[in-house]
Design a protein around this ligand. Structure first.
Ligand SMILES: [Cu+2]
Length: 280
């Protein structure tokens, strides 16, 4: 069963100012280093051909030490690295929020193997599908509940480690409304490969409506079948790990399932959210 991702999660296809700065740094560095490679290979080929041994030719001149040449081949790499460092500093300025004690818009807690979302200012809770308003920059705080994870949405933001006991911060924003693929990019245990998520960028109104919906406590089911489902969920082991608002299930060991039916994917992005898959 494949998740409905399009093959767009590429660093050179950025969809935010932060990712664009990183994409420029990546592309620019690649071109710069490519030119150096071409120059070095050309000089080697030239020297091989020009100074090859010929029958009856003179013996090669033996040279020991050349302060002028040594100075040149020391200064050129220093200058090259200085230029790269400058561009790197620019990209970091564009992609990283300055360190400050500010309440984040969104607190993301990485768990083995899912993403807990807390829209701090409204108190809305969700999991695995990160909704954001298009064109607005959100300050995101990243925490880990267990081991080291790494948050990466190649088209939207820098890649950043999530280290237990050490909150990190990034900007998260998108220029265009669409769904972006995100992954955990640090091996974090058995199910690491399936620790995926989606960033769903939508117009501000739709985002606000979604946020309100998440705050809404679901109505108590009234059909006999749904009531039986609720009873099973609460009485069996489901409630040991999951939370559903308005029920006694209050745990955060597994994803919050309050509005699970509104999500496109299940199991950390591994499966489409269909009744059949939900029953697996
Ligand atoms: Cu992980």
């Amino acid at each position: 069963m494949s998740a409905p991702y399009k093959a767009n999660a590429f660093i050179l296809n950025p969809a935010s100012p932060e990712a664009a700065a990183i994409g420029r740094l990546f592309g620019g560095t690649l071109i710069f280093l490519g030119l150096i490679l071409v120059l070095v290979i050309s000089l080697i080929v030239y020297a091989l051909v020009r100074y090859r041994e010929r029958p009856g030719g003179p013996e090669a001149e033996q040279v020991f030490g050349s302060p002028r040449l040594e100075t040149i081949w020391t200064l050129i790499p220093i200058l090259s690295l200085a230029v790269l460092a400058l561009f790197t500093a620019w990209a970091m300025r564009a992609s990283d929020p300055p360190a400050r004690d500010e309440q984040p818009d969104l607190l993301i807690t990485a768990h083995q193997w899912w993403w807990e979302l807390n829209y701090v200012k409204s108190g809305a809770l969700a999991a695995n599908e990160i909704h954001i308003p298009v064109g607005q920059r959100l300050l995101v705080e990243l925490r880990s509940a267990d081991v080291i994870h790494d948050f990466w949405v190649p088209q939207l933001a820098r890649k950043i480690d999530i280290i237990p006991g050490h909150p990190n911060h990034i900007w998260l924003e998108a220029d265009r409304p669409r769904t972006y693929l995100g992954v955990c990019a640090e091996f974090c245990g058995n199910e690491h490969a399936w620790m995926r998520f989606q960033v769903i960028a939508q117009p501000a109104q739709q985002f606000t409506a979604w946020l309100q919906e998440q705050l809404h406590v679901p109505a108590v089911p009234n059909s006999a079948l749904a009531q039986r489902g609720r009873q099973l969920f609460v009485q069996r082991t489901c409630a040991n790990c999951h939370r559903i608002a308005g029920t006694p299930a209050k745990q955060h060991i597994g994803p919050d399932l309050t509005h699970v039916a509104s999500r496109a994917l299940l199991a950390g992005g591994a499966l489409e959210n269909t009744p059949t898959n939900l029953g697996l």
